[in-house]
Each structure stands twice: as structure tokens, then as C-alpha cells.
Design a binder for this molecule. Structure first.
Ligand SMILES: [Zn+2]
Length: 224
């Protein structure tokens, strides 16, 4: 890593975006290219078999398995511990995806953890629906496809297994609208909370992966 890139290493960043906004890809780029520690989202952490064996994991597992969100008090406690652990007690910078998501979490992070910027990845709703509704998965080998960006060689058939691809329930238009509604209900309050503190960087996510990352990097550079 060059010295020029090293200057990002102490940054504490939160990235927020709707399902289908491309935030996972950007988080990976930020982690790799800017040298930041990745903080897993609470959802990813709660699915981790190792975590589920811990004391707190045993409390959270049945809640999330019912499709519900864990209470903020528990999520806050778990995420604070996780961030301290991953950053060697805040010595390293981090990129967090999906936390804080609610106002209750945002207020806790503000008091107990702190961060420099909230990157708000914005993508128009029609584009989100187009992206998510084109997703397909092979029921046998679980390979992911996308009808527009990553199509199989034969229409709706897995290249490897030759079986018909399926659409996850989550990616059907009705479910997408429901997820968007849930996202807006919680995330907007968090974004507004941090906007008052001038910590929000709005990024246009409706561009190529490379351009979105470039915009993020340039916006951060302004503050370094
Ligand atoms: Zn397959």
C-alpha cells in the first residue's frame, strides 16, 4: 500500500444504502483499497455459526431466526464489543456496513463509539427494483446470476447444473417494496440525525462500480 493510500487508514466510516444499492461491493473496495478494517453488519454477524455459540449469540439467534430485528440494546452491546475487538481498541480505522441502522443505534454509536463519516449511497427506487428483480440463483449449486448484468449462457438455466434458475422470495417485486419501506422507516432517521452534525456524505450510487468508488474516495480526501 502506498503512503498516499495510508492516510485513509485511521478513518472511521459507516456506509448506508438500500438493499440493491451496491453497498456490499463498495464496502469491499473501501476495505481493500483504503486499508480499513471491515465491521460485519449485525445481520451477517448473527448468521455466523461461531458467534451463535457465544452467550450473546444464544440470546440473539432465536430472535433473528423468526425474521425479527434484535433489540437495539443487545445489538449495541454486541457491536461495540465487536468493533473494539476488530480495531484493537479503536487504534485502527474501520468501515461498517449496516450498523448503525436505527436511531437508537445511531445515538448509542454517537456516545460510545463515534465515527467520522456516514456515506449515504443513493440509488433511485426504479433502479433498485430493476437490479434486485433480475437476480436469479441456481437451486442446486447456489451460483448467483443476474438476467441483465450476469446472465447464464442459456435463458434461466444454470451453466453448471443445467437446472432452471429460481428467484429468491426476497427478490420478488412485492418483497423488494416491503424491504425498501422498512429501510426508509429506519435509515432516514439515522441519516437525518447525522446530517445535523455534518457527517453525511451523499454519493450517487447510480453509476458504474468504479465511478462510485472514485466519488467516495474523492469526497473523503477533501476532509483529510
Ligand atoms: Zn447450478
Amino acid at each position: 500500500m502506498t503512503e498516499q493510500e495510508n492516510k485513509f487508514q485511521k478513518l472511521k466510516i459507516v456506509l448506508i444504502g438500500q438493499p440493491g444499492s451496491g453497498k456490499g461491493t463498495q464496502v469491499d473496495l473501501i476495505r481493500e483499497k483504503l486499508g480499513l478494517v471491515l465491521v460485519p453488519s449485525p445481520g451477517d454477524l448473527y448468521r455466523d455459526p461461531e458467534f451463535r455459540k457465544t452467550e450473546l449469540g444464544k440470546i440473539v439467534a432465536p430472535i433473528v431466526d423468526r425474521g425479527e430485528f434484535a433489540p437495539d440494546e443487545i445489538t449495541n452491546r454486541i457491536m461495540k464489543e465487536k468493533i473494539i475487538d476488530l480495531t484493537d481498541n479503536f487504534k485502527k480505522g474501520f468501515i461498517s456496513e449496516g450498523y448503525p441502522r436505527t436511531l437508537g443505534q445511531a445515538e448509542f454509536v454517537d456516545k460510545e463509539i463515534g465515527f467520522d463519516f456516514l456515506i449515504n449511497l443513493e440509488v433511485p427506487e426504479e433502479e433498485i427494483i430493476l437490479r434486485l428483480s433480475g437476480r436469479r440463483i441456481c437451486p442446486k449449486c447456489k451460483k448467483n446470476y443476474h438476467l441483465i448484468t450476469l446472465p447464464p449462457k442459456q435463458d434461466e438455466i444454470c451453466d453448471i447444473c443445467q437446472v432452471s434458475l429460481v428467484q429468491r422470495e426476497d427478490d420478488k417485486p412485492e418483497a423488494i417494496r416491503k424491504r425498501m419501506y422498512v429501510y426508509h422507516q429506519t435509515a432516514e432517521l439515522t441519516i437525518e440525525y447525522y446530517r445535523k452534525q455534518n457527517k453525511v456524505i451523499d454519493i450517487n450510487g447510480d453509476q458504474s462500480v468504479e465511478k462510485v468508488f472514485e466519488d467516495i474516495k474523492q469526497a473523503l480526501e477533501k476532509y483529510l
